[in-house]
Design a protein around this ligand. Structure first.
Ligand SMILES: *[C@@H]1O[C@H](CO)[C@@H](O)[C@H](O)[C@H]1NC(C)=O
Ligand SMILES: *[C@@H]1O[C@H](CO)[C@@H](O)[C@H](O)[C@H]1NC(C)=O
Ligand SMILES: *[C@@H]1O[C@H](CO)[C@@H](O)[C@H](O)[C@H]1NC(C)=O
Ligand SMILES: *[C@@H]1O[C@H](CO)[C@@H](O)[C@H](O)[C@H]1NC(C)=O
Ligand SMILES: *[C@@H]1O[C@H](CO)[C@@H](O)[C@H](O)[C@H]1NC(C)=O
Ligand SMILES: *[C@@H]1O[C@H](CO)[C@@H](O)[C@H](O)[C@H]1NC(C)=O
Ligand SMILES: *[C@@H]1O[C@H](CO)[C@@H](O)[C@H](O)[C@H]1NC(C)=O
Ligand SMILES: *[C@@H]1O[C@H](CO)[C@@H](O)[C@H](O)[C@H]1NC(C)=O
Length: 686
């Protein structure tokens, strides 16, 4: 036992400078002498403090024993100085006061009980039963021994492909840090290590591990060492920390809203985050602009794990943001804009609105309306504790007013209307005021509505005034027309007169500037001219109609024109004859023997036309091709021939075929029956 202690002490003090081999031989020899002892010496004795400003020192050692009843004494040996050395001798050995008979393998003491600024020798003696054994002696300058704790509260974030790690600083000086890491998906990889000086932020030490892959999760361990003392010790390695991949994408959120009485239920759902970013779990933070303004409810929203969320919003516009968070940071927020609930017809707010007291749990919002659109940067929110905001509401500006109340934790919109703090007359005149389609007593007027921002009040109507300039006494006539129209037909004007017409928008605040235009009505048209024109037209119409009817009837009863070229003319004749016999009703009979020489041009024309009609009818069936005159058919079955067609017929009658007809003419006897308006013509067989 004694031998063994001796050997260990020897090992410590004789620093084996000469030869490692000799040293080991001596050690082994001495060790054999000590075997059989019941006590194994404590080892790995270390004494240090946790930081360079610490006044408490800690000594730690290890002891391989199964005994339960073990106690330790910590010895310190130092050179006495000054009077003490004269009194007590140059070397002093004592048991450290707070480390006598301790049961644990660690012991801490105040620096007052120690010599810290000079090298001292320390060792520990273990007592098991009646035997005791002593650890090797160590020579240390305690002040220079600093061993930090393991890094605590490690946080991490990605800066592109560099990983920033930070943890609680132990002291104000920077330290040296060693980081070891490997990819999470490859746990068999060996650790890669990087040594870096920490940068010091207030109460934080941080290092940046460069050139990693931000889409890969890593396992990381850190240890740290003071760089402020001469003989620092490495801290222990921190527990393994998993660094998830960066959350680069914002959540893909889809939204449904359901309208409930005065409130809206919004359901948000989103896709889970990529696995690499979610290895240590993902939380989501949901925020909305209504509750962050406390209008009207104050909602505390804890972060959630699930990818669905339900919330209630009032009728006014709200932005909801969803942000995913993991240990290495947060994603960009997905912002969902829930537009204001459109109101079918907005009422005009009650005048007394401004004087109403704002209750608790109620808030008001004034959306400034410009160009008919709400500009959200000009929302004025008034809550019970922000009443002074009422001062920001301007006169002559239209606001969309909301009143919300918090009912059972849900925001409800209880009123929605249009509001003016004070109304004024419109600032501008109706734009593009023009007139068109003037007649002798009316004119069309059109204009562009006054933009909402320039109305400065609720437009009640337009005032349209006309002044007849040309009349001797100037009389102004005004009328009110609806604020919603942008054109108007002004009637009952005097023909051939000049009018100054003006138009102005009117609000309860007054009448705005007016737009003007000058209109000249057309001169009065004499009535007889109109009448004669219409009579002329009627006459023309009747005559055309009569001619048509006449021709049609003629065709029906006109007897066949025998022609050698048309073989199937006879059946038609018979048919006509039959028809004729049925219809004929003779009132008065005149037999005219036509002579070619006395035939008038008109008759000639008429007959030709009649003939032509027959030709046409047959030609339409089968003759046309034989005659080889396609123009005859004319492609039309219309009985009313235009003047062009008559010309054609006339021309044809003078050509070759006309000779045949002339021969016939001689034998034609025309029977003209007067039967009302209709003249019927019949040929007589020779
Ligand atoms: C502790 O002691 C046991 C037996 O006494 C031995 O087998 C073991 O190796 C020792 N461990 C160390 C770390 O010395
Ligand atoms: C320890 O010593 C005491 C007296 O000195 C003796 O009575 C006792 O038996 C011893 N125990 C062992 C385990 O040797
Ligand atoms: C990442 O580290 C590289 C190498 O040191 C450096 O050039 C780069 O600027 C760093 N990027 C960021 C975002 O810190
Ligand atoms: C840390 O800083 C010290 C002193 O500034 C310097 O000597 C040392 O090389 C640095 N160590 C590393 C790993 O950068
Ligand atoms: C909505 O409110 C009205 C009046 O406050 C009430 O009569 C009605 O039952 C409510 N409807 C729902 C679905 O809550
Ligand atoms: C919502 O977000 C949009 C775009 O960022 C912004 O213009 C608007 O003012 C926000 N609306 C509210 C009510 O905060
Ligand atoms: C037009 O409206 C104003 C205000 O309502 C009224 O005083 C005026 O009599 C109206 N004029 C006509 C012509 O109706
Ligand atoms: C008619 O309008 C013209 C110009 O717009 C103006 O000079 C004139 O004085 C007006 N006449 C009357 C009677 O208002």
């Amino acid at each position: 036992m004694i031998f063994r202690d001796f050997a260990l002490n020897l090992m410590e003090t004789v620093t084996c400078r000469r030869s490692l081999h000799l040293c080991i031989v001596v050690f082994m020899f001495l060790m054999t002498l000590g075997t059989g002892s019941t006590c194994e010496a404590p080892s790995t004795l270390q004494c240090f403090r946790r930081s360079s400003v610490e006044v408490i020192y800690v000594c730690e050692w290890t002891m391989n024993t199964t005994e339960s009843d073990v106690s330790y004494d910590l010895y310190i040996e130092y050179e006495a100085q000054g009077i003490l050395s004269a009194l007590l001798g140059p070397v002093r050995t004592e048991i450290v006061k707070d480390c006598r008979r301790v049961k644990e393998t660690t012991c801490s003491m105040h620096e007052d009980a120690l010599i810290t600024k000079r090298p001292v020798e320390i060792w520990v003696a273990a007592h098991v039963g009646n035997s005791s054994c002593t650890s090797p002696r160590r020579s240390v300058e305690l002040q220079q021994k600093v061993k930090h704790d393991v890094p605590k509260d490690i946080s991490m974030s990605w800066l592109k492909n560099n990983l920033s790690l930070s943890w609680t600083a132990v002291e104000e000086y920077p330290a040296l840090a060693e980081v070891r890491f490997r990819r999470l998906e490859h746990p068999t990889d060996s650790w890669e290590t990087r040594m870096t000086n920490t940068t010091h932020e207030p109460s934080k030490w941080s290092v940046i591990v460069v050139n990693l892959l931000k889409f890969t999760p890593y396992q990381v361990q850190i240890r740290q060492r003071s760089s402020h003392v001469r003989n620092p010790l490495w801290s222990d390695w921190s527990p393994v920390v998993t660094v998830p991949a960066e959350l680069e994408q914002k959540p893909e959120v889809s939204m449904t809203t359901r309208l409930l009485n005065g409130t809206r239920k919004v359901t948000l759902t989103w896709k889970p985050m990529p696995h690499a970013a979610a290895v240590t779990g993902v939380m989501y933070k949901v925020m909305d602009t209504q509750s962050s303004q406390r209008c009207p409810c104050v909602v505390k929203r804890p972060d959630i794990k699930s990818s669905e969320y339900q919330t209630y919003v009032s009728y006014s516009a709200v932005n909801i943001s969803v942000m995913a968070m993991n240990a290495a940071g947060s994603s960009p927020p997905a912002i969902i804009q829930v537009p204001a609930q459109p109101a079918a017809d907005l009422k005009i707010c009650n005048e007394t609105l401004m004087n109403k007291k704002i209750k608790k749990k109620t808030c008001r919002e004034f959306y400034e309306l410009r160009d008919g659109d709400s500009r959200p940067e000009n929302i004025i929110t008034v809550t019970a504790d922000k009443r002074r905001n009422m001062k920001d509401i301007q006169e002559f500006v239209c606001y969309l007013y909301f009143e919300h109340r918090c009912k059972r934790g849900k925001p409800h919109t209880i009123e929605m209307c249009l509001f003016y703090k004070k109304q004024g007359a419109p600032r501008i005149k109706p734009q593009n005021f023009t007139h068109s389609s003037e007649t002798d007593n009316s004119v069309n007027l059109s204009w562009k509505a006054i933009p909402p921002a320039d109305q400065r009040g609720f437009l009640t109507h337009y005032s349209l005034c006309s002044v007849k300039i040309s009349s001797p006494e100037v009389r102004k006539e005004c009328l009110n027309i609806s604020a919603s129209v942008i054109n108007y037909r002004l009637e009952n004007l005097t023909p051939g007169a000049q009018y100054n017409i003006s138009l102005a928008g009117v609000t309860p605040g007054g009448e705005g500037p007016n737009a003007q235009t000058t209109v000249n009505t057309l001169p009065e048209k004499p009535v007889n001219v109109l009448w004669s024109l219409s009579l002329l037209f009627v006459f023309f119409f009747i005559s055309t109609t009569c001619t048509c009817i006449l021709k049609r009837i003629k065709n029906k009863i006109f007897p066949p024109v025998p022609t050698p070229v048309i073989p199937n003319f006879t059946p038609y004749q018979a048919e006509s004859q039959e028809m004729l016999e049925r219809k004929e009703e003779v009132h008065e009979l005149t037999l005219l023997q036509l002579h070619p020489e006395v035939k008038s041009v008109h008759e000639d024309e008429e007959e030709s036309t009649i003939l032509r009609r027959d030709w046409d009818d047959d030609a339409d069936k089968d003759v046309e091709s034989e005659r080889g005159d396609s123009s005859l058919s004319g492609g039309t079955s219309d009985e009313c021939l235009g003047p062009g067609s008559t010309d054609q017929v006339l021309r044809r009658s003078k050509e070759g075929e006309a000779t045949d007809l002339e021969q016939l003419d001689n034998e034609i006897a025309m029977l003209i029956y007067r039967n009302g308006l209709v003249f019927d013509v019949k040929t007589e067989s020779p």
